[in-house]
Structure formats: C-alpha cells, structure tokens
Design a protein around this ligand. Sequence first.
Ligand code: M6R
Length: 615
Amino acid sequence: MCGIVGYTGGRSAAGVVVDGLRRLEYRGYDSAGVALIDDGELHQVKRAGKLANLESALDEAGLPESRCGIGHTRWATHGVPSDRNAHPHLSNDGRIALIHNGIIENFGQLRGELEADGVRFSSETDTEVAAQLLGREYAADGDLTKAMTRVCARLEGAFTLLAVAADDPHTVVGARRNSPLVVGIGDGEHFLASDVAAFIAHTTEAVELGQDQIVTITPEGIAVRGFDGSPSEGRRYSVDWDISAAEKGGYDTFMRKEINDQPAAVADTLRGRIDEAGQIVLDEVRMSDQDFRDIDKVFIIACGTSYHAGLVTKYAIEHWTRIPCEVELSSEFRYRDPVLDRSTLVVAISQSGETMDTLMALRHAKDQKARVLSISNTVGSTIPRESDAVLYTRAGIEVSVASTKAFLTQLAACYLVGLHLAQIRGIKYADEVGAVLTELVAVPDKIAAVIEHMEPVRKLAREAADFGRVLFIGRHVGYPVALEGALKLKELAYIHAEGFAAGELKHGPISLIEDGTPVIAIVPSPRGRSLLHDKIVSNIQEVKARGAKVIAVCEEGDDIARVHADDVITTPAAPTLLAPLLTAVPLQEFAVELATALGRDIDQPRNLAKSVTVE
Ligand code: M6R
C-alpha cells in the first residue's frame, strides 16, 4: 500500500531514501515525504502528489547533508492526499518522526486519549497517533527501541512503522505486524524498506522480518526483538535478481517492458519444476503426500488479476483432477462462512504475497483447519510464510500497477499445481503429465510470437479509444480472459469496460450493444472442442446483428472467426486449457495503447496501488 524506506550509513541519506522511494512508488503515489537527521536536528519535507513534487521541494529546501533518515510514499486511507496528511508525522516537540504502512484500527480511541492529555494533532491520519505516542514514550527514557516496543503494545491493526529521533542521529527503528519489512545489509550501512527493490542498487543481502518483530539499525549492525522485548532473529537471504530487473530497459513504460518480459518469466516459472521421477516439485511443503491425497475440495482465493488466474485454474483443476474446485474473491470468502475442513485445499494466489484481503481469508481457512497452498511472486512474503505449501512464480519484480507478467506466471504455476494434484492422487500418469508439460514449455516461444505482432492490436486500440467503451466476451477459459481484458482497460484507461460470459449476453447485457460498440471476443480453438467454438461464433453474430464492431482474438488459421468478425487478432495454436497464456497478451497491449491514446499514466493509474495491504 505505502512504500517506506530507512537508511543509516555513510552515504547521503536523502539520496538513498529518495532513490528507494522511486522504486517503491508503485506502492502508492498520493504523497511523499522524508525526515532526515543532522547534527541533532530533524528536518522534514513532505508534499502531496507524486515523488517528483517532493524532489523539487527537497531541491528548494537545500537541507544540510544527512547520513540517517526515513522516507514514505503514500496510498491514502485515513485523510485526503495533502501536504498535511503526508508522512512523516512528528511528535509535538518535533524531535521524533514516524512513517507507517497499514491501518491502525484503534486510532480513534488513542487519539482521544492523547488529546485529553494535551497532545495537538496536525493531520487526519491514523498514523499520527503512533508518532505522538512514540514521542511521549521516548520522553520517558530516551530509548527509541524500547519506546517503539511500548507503542506497538498499544496498537491494533496492520502496521509497519519506521522512526528516527533527533537525539539518536544514527539509528532507525522499525516494527512490523501484518505488513512487510525487510532489512538490507551493507558494509557500514543498513537499510529498511517495504520491498528489497528500494535498496537492491546497494546490496543484495537481506533479512526478512517476521510477524511482531522490532528491528533497530545503526551503521554498525542490526538488532531484532519480539514485541515482548525478547531477542529474536529474522531470516537472512540473498536476493537473486539485480537492479536491471527494476529498470525500464529502454521501454517507454514499465508495463510495456513487463509485457515483453513474459516469455522469459513463464519459461523461468516452468524451469526445473520436475524431478527425475517426473514429479512436479513445490518450493516449500509442510504437508505430506497423504494430505494431498485426502483433499476432496479445492477453494481458490485471490483478488483482481490473481482472481482471474484462479478462475482459469478452476477449469484445469476440475478437468485434470476431478476434484470440485471453487474460486472466490478473498474479500468475500472470509465473511460468508465457507464450508472448510482438513480435507479442503485452499489455494491462495497473490503476486505480492501481502494482499490483506487474501491474507485474512487464508487465516480464516487455517482457523477452519483447511490446508493452504500459496502461489506468490514474492519470496518470504507473509502469505507464503503462513501457507502449508508454496509454489513461487518467477516473474521478477513487477513495477507497473497493472499486472501482466504476474498473471501469466500465476497461470503457469497454477497449471503445475493442478498437474501435481492429479499426479499425486494417481489421476494422471507421468506420461500424461509429461504431455501437458511439453505443451506448456512450448508456450513461451508462442507468447514471444504474439508480442512480435502487436502493431495491428495497437491500431485497433487507437480506433476503439474514440468510442470510450469496450465489451469483452468469452466462454470456458476465455471468460476469465475477457474479465482480465476488461480489468486492464478499466484500470489503465478509466473507461467502461466489462467482461461477460458470452452465453449470458442474451440474458441482459446485450442491451448495452449499440451501433459501433467495440466487442472483443475470445474465440477458443476451432480444433477439438468445436462445439465451444460454434457457440461463440453464434454470440459474435448476435452482437454484430445489433451493430457491434467485433474484434476476434482467435487461433491462427481460424477462417470461420475471420469471416464473422470485423477484425481478428491471431494467436498460435495451443490446447484449450493453456490458451489464456496467449490470448491475454494482446489484451494487455490493447489496454496500454488505448490508455496511451487517452493520455493516461500507464504505470501509475489514478487511485490505485500495487500492493493492497488494507482490507
Ligand atoms: O498482489 P496480489 O496478486 O494479491 O494483488 C491482487 C490485486 O490487487 C492485483 O492483481 C490487481 O488487481 C492488479 N493491479 C490488476 O492489474
């Protein structure tokens, strides 16, 4: 949700912190701010709007060089995006600065208590109560770590906090509950951040903090404690990607770069995932083969694009394993009392591994004794840590808020999970799994071929921009692809875009069609399941008869779709269940191009954040 950075060491703290915020801006861009310590003084600069506004303000401020500081980029929850509500927040004496990612649920009660004590508030945020409480506790003994420990004991909700004190010029203290925080280990310097991307230019050595831990960094070292004050440890690891993964690499936007990353990302996700015995290997497994055999129901929980990956997976899991599979939005799952027990497998899909709706749904599932298998792109994030088994996607960092390569790698990983379940339960023999895998490993080259022929897609997108509305239709796995195409367009272009199960059109949505309405139809392969193909061709005719301008996304050589549609976008042949790995790609480019034609901000669409760590 918000991005946070802390630094102490020999470099310019402003430089390191602002550079880190630039790499975390995908987490929120409503406002940004820094607090820097120099010579016993605390300097704070913060501005509403994007990071560029803060950078100009810092240039104007001409602050003295500092070696220790914190910085924040905000996605607003409590209080409008404004200079006043931007982080950091200061204690009343101006000697303590604090930044926060998450939501402090009991802030109202704490604020009342502090105001009764004479504390003056200068923002509408929940965060300021933590800053004011910390100021009060620090005044008691001048120990920032102990003060933070006492503050955390009072807070309810989700929070990562970082704080600095003017009187402790080389120390940054962090605390973590339900929101991410990693430490970067340097030589004579240390970093704190919500994501390793913030410090990867300086070090690839990291320590991931656990739930309810407090960390104190100085140039010389780090100390980790539990919320009860007892000594503790984080998990040390080396980050296996470098700074180039977080750069645009010559593309105009991160999203275009990430669309182009997809062949390699899918190939990486599939690579080496099968052992000598032909068995699919998960990354972390804390359940036995027998546990997998006992599964009699699968629930997939996820949000947004990850939910669409889950919808595709339902078709694959039920077809390959014959186990009933339901897919549910994480935010709905937890509140409707789903029937779960030890023989239920809950598959949690989350690129970030931090999405609060999915994390809370996962915890609800675990409370009901269900097993949880997670699919995530972020090693060591909270969702995989709390799961019984994990399969990591290997998309590399995804910076653009609109998800592309995360989606395709989630599909690849979900297919592996489906095959794993089928294999372990004896529904599929190794040679059958091998046949699907052969098709799967051929997909990255096909994705590359789709990407090479995007010019016609871009032309169609520019034409559709004038209409200001686009509908998507699909059947079977083409339906979730239609939903995903519509989501991409909504979030990037801010226009009405909606995905429908093509068979549902006649039950209502067809009344939306008027002369010239662009309709993108995801057409299944004409080979094999030709009934499905015939049905969607009928749906194309239905909307055409009412004036729609139909663009068919169909397999190369599908002459029937070509005859009935106004335009076609072709993708290479693939088995029906795997086709979403190809058909989703032109829809991503369509959204980028249409949104570009409307002058939108592609990587940072309005009102959004990459990682949603509030419920
Ligand atoms: O990190 P997650 O996969 O849990 O995120 C879920 C959604 O917030 C995310 O997929 C969102 O819908 C994307 N911005 C869509 O492009």
